[in-house]
Write a protein that binds this ligand. Structure first.
Ligand code: NAD
Length: 367
């Protein structure tokens, strides 16, 4: 296969997700045969120290304190945005206007109206986009989706999803960008992942009934207006009913991105805390032999085998990001559709806002 020119990446933000993006871009061309290399070109952060440190640590050729330099540089093909949510719109629109492909972290924008503008601009410009819903890249989620679509669970009756962590459980933890009254909150931050997984597995949600609550009303002396817990009852287009929860005050929970799916012929359950396992209950087995069976990830569950040749050795969170990046690079080269583009990110933001509106009104709402 003839190799395509290198893709040059500019990354904005060097925190938690900045590191994960840098890891994904560095690993994807090594783990997958993409026919194309990636060059970590320029990285931006607010201080010279942070930008230079990230450039050294992650292998970027250049560092800057002005993200607009990345956007304006004709050498750069992809702009990767891992800055706080309130900056996603301005950075994405500037990058799109400069003809760059844009990989933006979730939530795509604090408000759906802004996510809609970003989506429209990206589609009009014909650039490829990606939003960071990395949990969907797990081979065990692909297997679950395949089993559901093949009818192995029969008719889907019920769904339960949750994304719970505890990084805001301490009332003394500070006010951050995640508390931004415009678009912050646990539902947008974590519930968005639970919603993406629910639709990935069961299909479109048609109606929601939300309950969003603030449990810790003041942080760093500032009033908190956003939810610490966002829950929703769901009705799916296919007739299934269910629920999701986004929760950042779940003391003791570090990564509970979990789901359970119940059908007339069987059930599935999964926890991200053991992300290489999927549990399947087959209701067709004789009573007395029934029970949840643990399916362990291995090379038969693509793309696990790209990472490790043997089952049971396990992939991790950064590998999910590598899978996400590989899918995005294939989309940029035209080999495949974008795995989770801005339009898909807009859909999740619309679900989040409809749940929030339903909670305020205390009524069911159609999507
Ligand atoms: N997909 C996931 O699983 C996942 C996980 C965590 C965070 N996120 C998302 O990633 C984004 C960042 O979250 P994080 O946890 O990495 O936050 P963080 O605070 O660790 O990192 C944010 C970085 O952006 C930098 N920054 C702020 N303003 C900037 C500017 N004007 N120019 C350049 N850099 C700037 C900060 O200095 C910091 O380095 C958020 O949108 C968040 O929702 C996604």
């Amino acid at each position: 296969m003839s190799r395509k020119p290198d893709l040059r990446v500019g990354m904005i933000g060097t925190g938690f997700m900045g590191k994960a993006h840098a890891f994904g871009f560095a690993a994807a061309p090594k783990v997958f045969d993409l026919g194309q290399d990636v060059v970590l070109d320029m990285v931006a952060d607010v201080t010279e120290e942070a930008a230079a440190k990230a450039a050294r640590a992650y292998g970027f050729e250049r560092a800057t304190t002005d993200w607009r330099e990345i956007v304006a540089d004709p050498a750069i093909d992809i702009v990767s945005i891992t800055a706080p949510n309130a900056l996603h719109k301005e950075m994405s629109l500037a990058a799109i206007a400069a003809g760059k492909h844009v990989y933006c972290e979730k939530p795509l924008a604090p408000l759906a109206v802004d996510a809609a503008e970003m989506t429209a601009e990206a589609e009009a410009a014909g650039v490829k986009t990606q939003v960071g819903f990395n949990y969907l890249c797990n081979p065990m989620l692909a297997l679950a989706r395949e089993m559901i679509a093949a009818g192995e669970l029969g008719e889907i009756l019920g769904y339960r999803g949750i994304h719970a962590e505890d990084y805001m459980a301490d009332p003394a933890s500070p006010f951050t960008f995640r508390h931004d009254p415009e678009g912050g909150g646990a539902l947008a931050d974590l519930g968005s992942h639970a919603l993406a997984t629910a639709e990935y597995l069961v299909g479109p949600i048609s109606e929601v009934m939300g309950d969003c609550v603030t449990m810790i009303g003041t942080r760093s002396g500032r009033r908190v207006e956003v939810d610490d817990v966002g829950r929703a009852f769901l009705r799916f287009e296919n007739g299934a009913s269910g629920s999701i929860e986004g929760n950042w005050i779940s003391t003791g929970r570090k990564m509970q991105h979990d789901f359970e799916v119940y059908g007339t012929k069987g059930a599935l359950c999964f926890t991200q805390e053991r992300l290489n396992e999927l549990h399947h209950f087959d209701a067709g087995l004789p009573v007395g032999r029934q029970g949840f069976r643990r399916i362990e990830a291995g090379p038969a569950n693509p793309p696990y085998g790209q990472f490790i040749a043997a089952a049971g050795h396990q992939i991790g969170f950064n590998d999910l990001k590598t899978i996400e990046v590989a899918g995005y690079i294939r989309a940029i080269s035209g080999a495949e559709p974008e795995p989770f583009n801005f339009r898909a990110g807009l859909r999740i933001q619309t679900l989040v806002e409809t749940i929030q509106a339903s909670s305020r009104e205390r009524f069911w709402r159609a999507i």
